[in-house]
Design a protein around this ligand. Structure first.
Ligand code: MN
Length: 238
């Protein structure tokens, strides 16, 4: 980073402060002239929080390389292309997905693919352990036990026909399990399953076919070894 002179630093700091104030006032005045605050959403791919081989032997390095580097990268590019080409103007993920019913198939499928995978990478980590604390309590409260929760989630992952996702969501004070087709997610107005996503499992064949071929059941069973329950806890809130 370039070293700033004191004068440049002060100037930039003041300017930054003014921008923040402007952004705050825009929240109360949508007609504001500060158009930058309402710029259309642009999806960005998160940096993978671990290396491609970190989830071995449960998820193999080549699958990660192709899944993150090719599939996910393409969803990000394609949704941003659709946003530009179709002049989609929603300024946030929340509004983008709340209006999915009005989007083209390209924006819907790639927007879901962009968001879902960013979420998926974050809720995994090497060397997982069982959930504790409030997550364990919430799972026990909603499903009876951690084992029963796993059974029900596995059922959702196994019965999703074709491509899609299994989800654990928070809906008000309760937790729910369900699945969505293709790249749909529970933030979308078109989804039957709605709520705040806490956990997701990609059951597209591209997520497991190289290592597990047609044995989705083995992929799902092994995936529990890489769930990042700390990230689930963050999303569950207090
Ligand atoms: Mn995928």
């Amino acid at each position: 980073m370039k070293k700033l002179s004191r004068r440049e630093f002060v100037h930039k700091t003041i300017k930054g402060g003014a921008m923040s104030l402007a952004a705050a006032s825009v929240a109360f005045k949508p007609e504001s002239l500060f158009a930058h605050a309402n710029a259309p959403i642009k999806f960005a791919q998160i940096t993978l929080p671990y290396t491609n081989n970190a989830l071995e032997p449960y998820i193999d390095a080549l699958t990660m390389e192709i899944h993150y580097g090719k599939h996910h990268t393409a969803y990000i590019k394609n949704v941003n292309d659709a946003i530009a080409a179709e002049s989609i103007s929603y300024p946030s993920e929340k509004e983008f997905f709340a209006n999915t019913s009005k989007l083209s198939a390209k924006a819907r499928n790639n927007g879901g693919g962009a968001w879902n995978h960013n979420f998926f990478w974050q809720i995994m980590k090497p060397a997982s352990s069982a959930p504790v604390g409030k997550v364990a309590e919430a799972l026990n409260g909603s499903f009876g036990s951690f084992e029963k929760f796993k059974e029900q989630f596995t059922q959702a992952a196994m019965t999703r026909f074709g491509s899609g996702w299994a989800w654990l969501v928070k809906d008000g004070s309760s937790l729910k399990i369900g699945s969505t087709a293709n790249q749909d997610n529970p933030l979308m107005d078109v989804s039957d399953l709605k709520g705040t996503p806490l956990l997701a499992l990609d059951v597209w064949e591209h997520a497991y076919y190289l290592k597990y071929q047609n044995k989705r059941n083995e992929y799902v069973a092994n995936w529990w070894n890489v769930v990042n329950w700390d990230e689930v806890a963050k999303r569950l809130g207090s």
